[in-house]
Design a protein around this ligand. Structure first.
Ligand code: ADP
Length: 384
């Protein structure tokens, strides 16, 4: 599979999809990409020097080197971090080291549009070691020989430049259409929910349960896989549990989930106490690789069983928000929900009772919507 070619083709077919009469109205463009999907390109031509490293690829060969230079438990100390990918490439590459440049997926796609090589944003750059509090690469990274490959970093939503002339004329965009720094997929999905005040949070109830909370303080705790992304003058604190919809899927089809849920009384607490997991092991809000799934006893009634599982997942969610608070994050005030579980109104009511907070479905959850909001921010700033 030629990933890079397919990304390029997808980008231009998306531009093609913008209705012709709307193209002159496009003031600004931004792109989100998968975090830690990494390209090593030629710094003169922008062409990839090797196949891309995908987000979930692990480079354990680079871990000892990375761990020897980074602070303990730093977010780069994971085999799939961007820095491990860079070091892995650096250690086996012989000829192209001098002309190489590292870009993330979003950076590279944005470059196709603005033409200035070597620009990234501080969300994508977190996993290569960029320190968003210092607003620079830290000294331990700067002193490494491969630091010459690192891109310059700006805030997401900052204008990088105008859309390239050939693209503009080919598609019929305006002369002053700008291209703005992007972000990662999951941050774009958070931005889509428009949770802009500290204390607002988004719970994603997909296959797993992930929470993201806007906080005035930064929290990083590798024990729980908790780390913070910068969002202007605030921090987006996140953690992910292994519980979630994948467990429900083991027992019920989506249709059954809907029918059974309708029969649940969400105001009544279920007496069943489970820890729903698909496999052994949990990271957040309990860091225990040996935690065993608890899904017994199973009552005869499927409605009661589902009620017990939904309620137990809600308790894990509550524990997760409490842990973030204990670690020093801003106290959560309101929760928006994304993912497959967001459409379950009974579950929403159960969660409101268990969390003691207003819970609602996020109106927008598409990452693309969040990227469009970043583009809007860039356009507003540009016109000031
Ligand atoms: P993914 O993380 O795979 O993108 P989705 O956001 O598409 O997940 O959500 C899929 C999950 O939603 C499935 O695991 C499914 O069990 C769960 N789900 C689907 N319908 C419901 C429902 N009515 N109530 C609760 N969970 C649901």
């Amino acid at each position: 599979m030629d990933w890079v070619l397919s990304w390029r083709v997808a980008l231009f077919s998306l531009l093609e999809d913008v209705p012709v009469h709307l193209r002159p109205l496009v003031a600004s463009i931004s792109i989100d990409g998968t975090s830690a999907t990494t390209l090593i390109v030629d710094r003169n031509t922008g062409e990839p020097l090797c196949r891309p490293f995908l987000y979930n690829e692990s480079c354990p060969d680079a871990l000892p080197t990375v761990k020897s230079v980074a602070p303990a438990n730093h977010t780069v100390c994971s085999g799939s971090s961007t820095l491990c990918k860079l070091v892995s490439w650096w250690n086996i590459e012989e000829s192209n080291k001098k002309s190489a440049l590292l870009l993330h997926q979003a950076d590279w796609l944005l470059w196709l549009l603005h033409g200035k090589l070597g620009v990234s944003d501080y969300n994508n750059a977190l996993k290569v070691g960029y320190d968003p509090a210092l607003d620079s690469y830290p000294p331990w990274l700067h002193s490494q020989p491969y630091s010459q490959l690192l891109p310059s970093v700006i805030a997401p939503g900052t204008s990088i430049g105008n859309l390239k002339e050939d693209i503009r004329t080919q598609f019929g965009f305006q002369e002053d259409c700008i291209v703005c720094a992007g972000t990662t997929d999951s941050i774009a999905a958070f931005l889509a929910a428009r949770a802009t005040q500290p204390g607002k949070a988004v719970t994603s109830l997909g296959s797993t349960l992930a929470i993201k909370l806007l906080s005035t303080t930064r929290i990083d705790d590798a024990r729980f896989g908790v780390y913070s992304h910068r969002l202007d003058d605030k921090w987006l604190v996140g953690g992910a549990s292994n519980t979630g919809g994948a467990v429900l899927k083991q027992f019920f089809t989506d249709e059954q989930l809907q029918i059974l849920s309708e029969q649940i009384n969400p105001m009544e607490a279920s007496p069943l106490d489970y820890y729903p997991l698909k496999a052994v092991g949990e990271r957040f809000p309990v860091a225990d690789p040996n935690l065993v799934p608890r899904l017994h006893p199973r009552p005869e009634s499927d409605v009661e069983y589902l009620h017990g599982i939904l309620e137990s997942i809600a308790h894990i969610e509550a524990k997760a928000y409490n842990l973030l608070k204990d670690l020093g994050a801003t106290q959560v005030e309101e929760v928006f929900t994304a993912g497959g579980g967001a459409k379950n109104d009974k579950w929403t009511k159960i969660r409101e009772r268990v969390l003691g907070l207003p819970v609602s479905r996020a109106k927008q959850t598409e990452a693309a919507y969040g990227a469009a909001l970043l583009a809007l921010k860039g356009a507003q700033h540009d016109s000031c």
